[in-house]
Design a protein around this ligand. Structure first.
Ligand code: ATP
Ligand code: MG
Length: 183
């Protein structure tokens, strides 16, 4: 499963709609300090179901919405959309109907956030499982933010094991087992 296109609107500093095409191979994002490179990475983590505002450098989840500047008023809505290439057909069965999968997350002030996969409303857990099975995800070692290397080195063995499980693509199995045990 490959990332193909990322669209942002109202997310952090990306107040205007922005679209990034992600080609095969290595993609580099360069720019001066404060231009939004880390915000881009955070938009991916947020879309994948990150529920901790702190790990997105905010106090509350609504802090991901464009907060306004001297010249531009704040926004009430933020949305991130990611198009995945599913030509290898490795997505979970219920989303495995096409060569492309569209995942989006939307947040509105006072109304919370909602997820969609291929235009259908889904649970946060569905999105988290989709990415966990693809061995990526909000907490996976595929996303390394500033300061993370030190945090991994100093992590407790149990936490480091979780990272290895995410990397191996088996994190979703634990979630499904817990689900099955609760039924
Ligand atoms: P560096 O090279 O220093 O790591 P960077 O390119 O990673 O910089 P970011 O940390 O992604 O930069 O972007 C920081 C900018 O995003 C700041 O100017 C900050 O004000 C802005 N920003 C963050 N959250 C919001 C928000 N909710 N609304 C508006 N702007 C925001
Ligand atoms: Mg940065």
């Amino acid at each position: 499963m490959k990332f193909r296109r990322l669209r942002l609107s109202g997310f952090k500093s990306f107040v205007d709609a922005a679209e990034l095409r992600i080609e095969d191979g290595l993609t580099g994002v360069v720019g001066p300090n404060g231009c939004g490179k880390s915000n881009l990475l955070e938009s991916l983590r947020w879309l994948m179901g990150e529920s901790s505002a702190k790990s997105l450098r905010g106090a509350g989840m609504e802090d991901v919405i464009f907060a306004g500047t001297d010249r531009r008023p704040s926004r009430d809505v933020a949305e991130v959309q990611l198009q995945l290439d599913n030509k290898d057909r490795k997505a979970p069965a219920q989303f495995n109907e096409s060569d492309e999968i569209d995942v989006s997350r939307h947040i509105e002030r006072g109304l919370g956030s909602a997820y969609r996969i291929n235009g259908r409303d889904v649970r946060q857990k569905d999105v988290q499982l989709l990415f966990a099975d693809a061995a990526t995800g909000a907490h996976s070692p595929a996303l390394v933010s500033q300061g993370r290397i030190g945090a991994i080195i100093n992590a407790k063995p149990q936490d480091r094991r979780k990272l290895l499980e995410e990397a191996a693509g088996i994190a979703g199995l634990h979630v499904r087992r817990k689900d099955a045990e609760q039924r």
